[in-house]
Design a protein around this ligand. Sequence first.
Ligand code: ZN
Length: 485
Amino acid sequence: MNKQAFSSVVIVMTLCLVIGCANLPQIHKNTNLQRDYFAENGFGEGVAVVQHPAGEYKNGVTYLAYQGPKEDPYVAAYNHATGEWKGPYKAGVSILGKNPRGKIDSHGKPTLIIDHAGYIHIFYGSHGGVLDLHGKNALGDYHSGENKHAVSARPYDISEWVDLDNVSPFGTYNQAIKMENGDLYLFNRHGAHRSDWVYQKSTDNGRTFESPVSFLKHKARADGLGTDSWYPYVSKGVGNQIVVGFDYHFCWNRNAPRNNRGGHSTERKNLYYMTFNTDTNEWHSVDGQLLSIPLTKEEADAKALAFDTGKNWTFNGTTKVDAKGNPHISAYIGEDIGWQIGGPKNARYFRWDGSRWNGNLNNGLPIGRGDFLSSGDNVSFLLSGIDSQTKRTSVRWWESNDAGETFTQGHELLQFKDDWDDRTSNADSLRPKSLSNLDSPGSASSSFIRNAHPDARIIIAEKADGTDYRRMYLVGDNGPVVRRD
Ligand code: ZN
């Protein structure tokens, strides 16, 4: 020990004698380890409403999936009784995200569901597949990636994963549903944005899947200006039923006179709804008319239209049914102000009351992303968006007691602190600067976690600028679930 170190020890010992060592600050123990987020390696969007479920609560544990570095899927788990976190573990390797100079794609964000035997499944990695790798896509076009399916090596254990890869490589925007008898349905778009939407069914806990079945048809428009295309949100209905809320994508040809947006844009309009009886394989409109699948634009307009958005553009929210089987649709709707993304979109809500659709474009809900609960005339949206006062991202409830006609601000569960420096945006590098903050809720949100515990309802990815990484939060009625390890 040198002279200086010896002096330090003497000083510390003297201090101990004078004030008592118990009162000395524990300089080697970082008391700031407790944090509101469970991971800092969310990447790109991290999560989104459409790739769902992003998590499931089962036997006292919330299991979560998100997109991490290089667009690979990561899985973490939180034990509600012990407060212990496990992971995140890398659960597979995507072929997206491996070009360090490439744009972040984010279409392959993982979807997670637990089968009847307790194995945890994730589906991830595709933006429509690749002709050279996967051969001809009979149901649509191509873009990139490969849809992959992995399963936990052991039930309820996220530490080791096995590739199954037994689903179509073209599928993107995975949405997984488990029926009460354990049948698994994987819904996705079978290719890039000019493709049918399909489902694949498994009756053996995901070990094998039947061939894809188309339920929404892409086809050239009769006016020659583009292609009919769709964006659905699928969820489990009552009993043997699966329900689908969907909007129509105007996929203009590059040379279409109407088109000034260079072909594909996020122009989507109208809200539609239909149901799938998984016992009879029949599809119906909300008022019981039989639908033929894959559904065409013409038949959708005639039988399945729930709301005509007019000149406004829309973006999918969640669709679900209540205990009576009546459907509720959420969507993000706003004016078309041009370029590729339209304008800012506020959360909107529509419900079928047994004889007609209700809802409006002036319900008081903000720009944000999230999910909702409904019970009788009470509707509660949990949204992550930019607070109009503080200009910071805020995750809060919005409450209605008049069946969703009007909403008012409710409890705030989380507000992002401004402690990630250098918030200059590159997160939305695709957008012109002038638009970059208009439609951005400042964060990305998942749908509600499957069978969510009230303490852990939703995953929020903090969109800190100046980096492609995201802090990942698990948020419930007591705010963010803290992590202390
Ligand atoms: Zn398109």
